[in-house]
Design a protein around this ligand. Structure first.
Ligand SMILES: O=C(O)CCC(=O)C(=O)O
Length: 271
């Protein structure tokens, strides 16, 4: 981070080869190397959802990463080597208790700052038949603010985003594999979550296709006022923007949504 409390963020909007973790890791590394050669140099790099295997849900045995395996070591090493925060999208991971869609964040010292298992599994893609849901949300320190991360379908649950904002999040990372024909939902929901929670929304979607779906990219970096700072198209590439770490507080001061809340009247919060 530089003295003006800015962060340079780069999203790796990559294609993912179904069920080929070796190729996908090579591609991710090439994209990260390319992102690091840009000016300004990124402070934070974000990968998409399930970037190791794609949605090869019926083939995860033997393909998914083992817990504490080589891929997490690689993410840690990449973060340290480039002195960046790596929001390592999510990977499919195998544990004793089953398969998980798991997001990792590593700091510039190579230490892990967050681990998050997707809590809302996406029935339209049969995710719940193959994966176990997570039980906790993810908040982590990022430079001197609090950040949060969720995965793809989690975007459809405004209560989750609000609870993260209430817990202090000013930047929300959302790696995804969000396909056609729901681009309108993606863009609208991302923008709404940024405006209503007065936080940055940083969303990295994949491109390309698998056996069932075509993914449209349109990765986005949206500021706490709802302005789109950067947006991808439908091809592979690096989407980047510089964010101002003071803006969330400034917007929250301008329209004091959090101070004006009436939680006692919100039915879901009375449970
Ligand atoms: O909610 C959607 O439309 C897409 C969600 C999705 O593709 C996922 O969670 O993997």
């Amino acid at each position: 981070m530089n003295k003006t409390r800015q962060l340079h963020i780069a999203l790796i909007q990559m294609d993912i080869e179904l069920a080929n973790p070796t190729v996908n890791q090579q591609r991710a590394e090439q994209w990260i190397t390319q992102a690091m050669s840009a000016a300004p140099r990124p402070d934070v790099i974000v990968l998409p959802e399930m970037w190791n295997t794609g949605y090869a849900l019926d083939r995860l045995e033997g393909l998914a990463e083992r817990e504490n395996g080589k891929l997490t070591a690689w993410m840690s090493q990449i973060a340290k080597q480039h002195q960046i925060v790596l929001v390592g999208g999510s990977i499919s991971e195998q544990r004793e208790s089953g398969f998980y869609n798991t997001l990792y964040v590593y700091g510039a010292d190579g230490e892990r700052t967050a681990k998050y298992d997707k809590i809302h599994l996406f029935k339209l893609m049969n995710e719940e038949k193959f994966m176990q849901p997570g039980e906790e949300k993810a908040l982590f320190p990022l430079h001197d603010v609090t950040a949060a991360a969720s995965i793809c379908y989690d975007l459809r649950f405004p209560e989750l985003a609000r609870s993260l904002a209430l817990a202090g999040a000013q930047i929300w990372f959302v790696p995804a594999e969000w396909p056609h024909p729901r681009m309108h939902h993606w863009r609208t929901l991302l923008t709404a979550r940024a405006i209503e929670n007065q936080m940055y929304v940083v969303a990295c979607n994949r491109v390309g296709r698998d056996e069932k779906s075509e993914f449209f990219g349109h990765s986005m970096i949206i500021d706490p006022w709802g302005e789109v700072l950067a947006e991808g198209d439908e091809v592979e590439g690096i989407i980047s923007a510089t964010i101002d770490l003071d803006l969330a507080d400034e917007v929250r001061g301008r329209i004091p949504v959090f101070a004006d809340r009436r939680p006692e009247l919100y039915i879901h919060e009375q449970k």
